[in-house]
Design a protein around this ligand. Structure first.
Ligand SMILES: Cc1ncc(C[n+]2csc(CCOP(=O)(O)OP(=O)(O)O)c2C)c(N)n1
Ligand code: SF4
Length: 524
């Protein structure tokens, strides 16, 4: 299709895709045999936005078509968003979070930073993106099933926190992608596959009015409902989309545009009938309105001080002990440690202490706990990463070191330990029939040692001493430094000091004289 207005672009050509979006082939690229005679003195007035990819790679034979049905509102909304981004010059700084639903493939069309997230989670993902990259324009694009059903919590809390994101909410009153189940926005009396009798408030409740609901919150700065029912309303929708993005660019808070949108396929209508249905049925049920348009003053006097973790730890380190720590040589790029036992054995605390020590020694660290519902005597374990580089994931599936405080943990996690890894087991002897051929095993009767020192509670610190001596991963001086910062009771601190020394000494002396499964302290 070629759209021209009178001026001088005589030979440029425009190809149309299903969005009603047109791709311009500039006149200098039109091959001679493609040139069709046209009226001279015309210029192109309407073309496909540069914010769309020139070709869509989802399917090789549909490079100029989207997957949307003819007359679908998603195509129109895509066009409005793309043109607004282009006109505002935001293409290089915009991140689009696409949902689950018919618009799940938005990232095949928009040439932006693209993130596709799990059903309903777009506002949560957008929150993380915007907070991590405050200079970016972050858009969450969602359908009504996605936003108002599975994602109800995410949208309400993102709006309530006043996240500086823009949400475009495409309300077509139905679950489109999955074949027409009832959505929270399905109209009273509207039939769907899951309400074939028509929605009855007595059974399915009333439709959710998300714009009105969010407008009860303090934080949002802009909330408007628009409709794709006719050209006039589409122009209003165009303005609303632009306004939301402009507000975000200006640093304002949460902006939300609900767009009443046709779904001809599921509604069983042709595109024109579907548009009319938006006008005749949807707008009376979901009145068009600007529900919020004001800058909200959010008190900042109680905002927490912005300090990095390193700055906070540095402060704590200075106040804990006067002398600077000696520099410890780390012989690893990354050390993955799993610590497991019963709740109450100090398993999680031991992990926290190691992470705090790693931070003090300038390492990247992570600590991830995992425990059952019981506070005491249930099983508990934690994952600790100590690394010279940024840590990709705190989840450890192949630990290099396992600290097992009881037999259950030993049997459960020993098979996970990496080849040539180390298992430190908190008993004097290994249980019968236990083997871990890929790893070295060291037995340390931590509870007995702790008991002799005066408190079974410090068994975890005994294990820490054993770990430090066996692996030399962190410095004992740092361990004491961290304990001094944490333990305020001098008697308990003294006990911890003894426990740390006892764990180290056990590895140094007792293991060497054969108190373990074999003379050098290592199992077969
Ligand atoms: C966790 C999860 N639950 C359910 C689904 C199935 N599912 C996919 S899309 C969809 C509904 C989408 O409807 P809507 O958000 O209104 O978008 P539309 O397709 O109408 O644009 C559902 C329930 C899923 N993919 N993931
Ligand atoms: S099913 Fe409805 S929402 Fe999905 S692409 Fe088709 S018209 Fe659009």
């Amino acid at each position: 299709m070629t759209i021209m207005t009178e001026k001088n672009a005589s030979l440029a050509e425009v190809e149309t895709d299903e969005l009603g979006l047109n791709q311009v082939v500039p006149s200098d690229q039109v091959k001679p045999d493609e040139v069709k005679p046209t009226t001279n003195n015309y210029e192109i007035a309407h073309s496909k936005s540069k914010v769309f990819y020139p070709e869509y790679e989802r399917k090789s034979d549909l490079k100029h078509q989207t997957h949307y049905c003819p007359g679908c509102g998603h195509g129109v909304v895509h066009k409005l968003i793309a043109e607004a981004i282009e006109d505002l010059g935001l293409q290089d700084q915009t991140i689009l979070v696409s949902p689950v639903g018919c618009s799940v493939f938005a990232y095949y069309y928009f040439d932006l930073g693209n993130v596709q997230v799990a059903h309903g989670r777009a506002p949560a993902a957008a929150t993380g993106l915007k907070r991590a990259c405050p200079d970016k324009i972050v858009i969450a694009y969602q359908g009504d099933g996605d936003l108002a059903a599975i994602g109800t919590a995410e949208i309400i809390h993102a709006a309530n926190r006043g996240e500086k994101i823009t949400v475009f909410f495409v309300n077509n009153a139905i679950y489109g992608m999955t074949g027409g189940q009832m959505a929270p926005t399905t109209l009273v009396g509207q039939r769907s596959t899951t309400s074939p009798w028509g929605r009855r408030p007595v059974n399915e409740g009333f439709p959710l009015h998300m714009a009105e609901l969010l407008a009860t919150l303090e934080a949002p700065v802009y909330i408007e409902r628009v409709a794709l029912s006719d050209n006039k309303n589409i122009m209003k929708a165009r303005r609303a989309v632009r306004k939301a993005l402009e507000l975000q660019r200006a640093g304002a808070g949460f902006t939300f545009v609900e767009i009443l949108s046709p779904c001809p396929t599921i509604w069983g209508k042709d595109p024109v009938e579907a548009r009319n249905w938006v006008a005749e049925k949807m707008i009376p049920a979901f009145p068009l309105n600007v529900f919020r348009d004001r800058k909200v003053e959010i008190p900042t006097n109680n905002a927490p001080p912005h300090k990095t973790v390193a700055e906070l730890v540095e402060g704590e380190k200075k106040s804990a002990v006067g002398a600077p720590l000696p520099k410890h040589h780390h012989h690893f790029q990354q050390l993955d440690i799993k610590i497991a036992g019963f709740g109450g054995q100090g398993v999680l605390l031991l992990g926290q202490l190691l992470a705090a020590m790693g931070m003090r020694e300038g390492l990247e660290v992570s600590w991830l706990p995992s425990y059952g519902p019981e506070m005491r005597s249930g099983s508990a374990h934690c994952h600790v990463c100590l690394s010279k580089n940024r840590i990709g994931s705190p989840v450890i599936s192949r630990p290099q070191v396992l600290i097992a405080m009881n037999e259950i943990s030993l049997r459960k996690f020993a098979p996970q330990v990496a080849r040539d890894g180390i298992i430190i087991y908190g008993r004097e002897q290994l249980p019968e029939n236990f083997t871990a051929p890929q790893a070295q095993v060291v037995c340390v009767p931590a509870s007995d040692i702790a008991d002799k020192l005066g408190s079974a509670k410090v068994a975890n610190v005994v294990m820490m001493g054993a770990l430090l001596e066996e692996t030399e991963c962190l410095s004992p001086a740092t361990a004491m430094n961290v304990l001094e910062a944490k333990v305020k009771n001098p008697a308990l601190l003294e006990l911890d000091r003894k426990a740390l020394d006892a764990g180290r000494a056990y590895i140094d002396h007792t293991v060497a004289v054969g108190a373990l499964t074999q003379a050098d302290g290592f199992a077969q």
